[in-house]
Design a protein around this ligand. Structure first.
Ligand SMILES: O=C(O)C(=O)C[C@]1(C(=O)O)C=C[C@@H](O)C=C1
Length: 83
């Protein structure tokens, strides 16, 4: 039972990593555009828009806060990648 559930987690993690790699690749491209156009890495307005959107897409109330925190962490790591 536990093993089955962990296999389920493994499959989900694999999908998450594929999507994170895709997202980070786009983040890198944005980083290059920002560098060319001399724009700052941090865009607070855009981050708020991302979080608002994520909030609307989250269906389970119990997951709202953890998902917001995870997305903020993803954006924090994205900014580090753009430096
Ligand atoms: O949209 C951008 O400008 C990005 O660089 C992407 C991103 C993100 O991870 O969503 C990262 C840093 C910015 O502060 C805002 C958003």
């Amino acid at each position: 039972m536990l093993e089955k559930k962990r296999e389920e987690i493994n499959e989900i993690d694999q999908q998450l990593i594929q999507l994170l790699e895709k997202r980070l690749a786009v983040v890198s491209e944005i980083g290059q555009i920002k560098q060319q156009q001399n724009l700052s890495v941090l865009d607070r307005q855009r981050e708020q828009a991302v979080l608002d959107q994520v909030n609307r897409w989250t269906q389970n109330e119990d997951y709202r806060l953890p998902i917001q925190k995870i997305m903020q962490k993803i954006m924090d790591e994205s900014k580090l990648l753009q430096i």
